[in-house]
Design a protein around this ligand. Structure first.
Ligand SMILES: CC(=O)SCCNC(=O)CCNC(=O)[C@H](O)C(C)(C)COP(=O)(O)OP(=O)(O)OC[C@H]1O[C@@H](n2cnc3c(N)ncnc32)[C@H](O)[C@@H]1OP(=O)(O)O
Length: 196
């Protein structure tokens, strides 16, 4: 059982560029409100010629679970903006039960980082292992597809706080890789390499 820390983290921030909230202070939601768990059975149509779950099918399931988490946080339509590295460590077999767990780690202005864990379970043999882990980024949009501000995401447990704190570095890395941020502006990312 995870211990909830009894404080507000971070403090409320003034809202900027909001098109839907006229109040001065941005709404906050615990990251745990966005938690999603999704369970699927691997069927023949999901597999390759070795009868293992296809990578593309896995990415599809991850995208759906993560998008639902981002929707729960923002109460908005969300679109996938980027997917960080996804490694396929161990094959997931035909007949396995796949469980995906997704939760928002941090919200920025209109974008949210979502962390996803994937587990594969072979019920007859009683084995269960974590097979994948990834970070997806979603952007909340209005009916015209324009980005719109989302509530602050408030981490409460030590695990949630660690993910929250790492999210800024990961955001800078993905924006640099996408050509949307100059490396010289990625201060937290640079600090990480200077420490190493
Ligand atoms: C659920 C699905 O599968 S949806 C289908 C797949 N996805 C799509 O079709 C999305 C297509 N892309 C888009 O609609 C647009 O590029 C958007 C909405 C993602 C971004 O629109 P832009 O006009 O570039 O908006 P803008 O520059 O203001 O950026 C908006 C936010 O997106 C973030 N963003 C944009 N590109 C990326 C990226 N590659 N990686 C991470 N975040 C990104 C920005 O950092 C910004 O975040 P912030 O508001 O929290 O600071």
């Amino acid at each position: 059982m995870l211990t909830k820390l009894n404080h507000h983290f971070p403090p409320p921030l003034p809202i900027k560029n909001s098109t839907f909230n006229t109040s001065k202070v941005r709404k906050q939601r615990p990251v745990s409100d966005s938690f999603v768990t999704m369970t699927e059975l691997v069927l023949p149509n999901d597999t390759n010629t070795l009868t293992n779950l296809m990578g593309g099918r896995m990415m599809h399931l991850m995208d759906i679970a993560a998008a639902i988490a981002a929707q729960k946080h923002s109460n908005r339509i969300v679109v996938t903006a980027s997917v960080d590295n996804v490694s396929f460590r161990d094959p997931i077999r035909l007949g396995n039960v796949v469980t995906l767990q997704a939760q928002v780690t941090r919200a920025f202005a209109s974008s949210m980082e979502v962390h996803i864990d994937v587990w594969a379970e072979d019920i007859p043999s009683g084995t269960k292992m974590k097979t994948n882990e990834a970070f997806f980024t979603f952007v909340a949009v209005d009916q015209s597809g324009r980005p719109i501000d989302v509530p602050e995401a408030v981490p409460e447990t030590p695990e949630e706080i660690a993910l929250y704190e790492g999210a800024l570095r990961r955001r800078q890395l993905r924006l640099v890789l996408a050509g949307r941020m100059k490396p010289s502006d990625a201060a937290e990312l640079k600090a990480l390499f200077e420490l190493a």
